[in-house]
Design a protein around this ligand. Sequence first.
Ligand SMILES: NC(=O)c1ccc[n+]([C@@H]2O[C@H](COP(=O)([O-])OP(=O)(O)OC[C@H]3O[C@@H](n4cnc5c(N)ncnc54)[C@H](OP(=O)(O)O)[C@@H]3O)[C@@H](O)[C@H]2O)c1
Length: 149
Amino acid sequence: MQIAIVGGTGTLGRYVAERLSQCGHEVRALSRHSSEYQVDLKTGEGLAEALRGCDVVVDASNDASKSASQTLVSGTERLLAAEQAAGVQHHVGVSIVGCELVPMGYFQTKAEQERVLTVISFTLNAGRIIALDVVRNPDKLRNVPVPPP
Ligand SMILES: NC(=O)c1ccc[n+]([C@@H]2O[C@H](COP(=O)([O-])OP(=O)(O)OC[C@H]3O[C@@H](n4cnc5c(N)ncnc54)[C@H](OP(=O)(O)O)[C@@H]3O)[C@@H](O)[C@H]2O)c1
């Protein structure tokens, strides 16, 4: 399959890209500073071209700045719209176990990203959220599929 990894140059994305390549998939790493597929979730720039021909998108992007919601929440909406336009069949989002319980800006933004992703992707019948706890050792990832509401 042709798989686009948004944030494919990051801590988690690099690892996912390597593993999927080892499994025989064609992998594209998308990010603002990617050498091949430059995209910006804050504006949507580059997404249409980068997603052309892709079957699956894994969103491993991140933003811990004050404007994180532009990347993680509005960016998710932009990404899903671009995926729909490109005919992408499956979206994998990454969240944080229990983020909705932590009353701090970044975690609340992640919880909002989950809500957006849940509503839109299950409307399209194409989504799956994977909630992770802290990725210090990617070999010990604990994947927790979150059911639709
Ligand atoms: N690391 C952890 O311990 C951990 C734990 C639990 C959950 N998670 C989740 O895992 C996901 C990935 O986290 P991470 O730690 O791997 O992040 P990271 O190392 O900070 O990597 C972030 C990636 O996103 C890209 N990016 C940032 N802003 C972007 C934008 N506007 N448009 C497109 N790409 C952008 C970055 O590349 P450029 O700078 O080139 O754009 C980079 O490739 C996040 O959803 C995070 O909440 C991580």
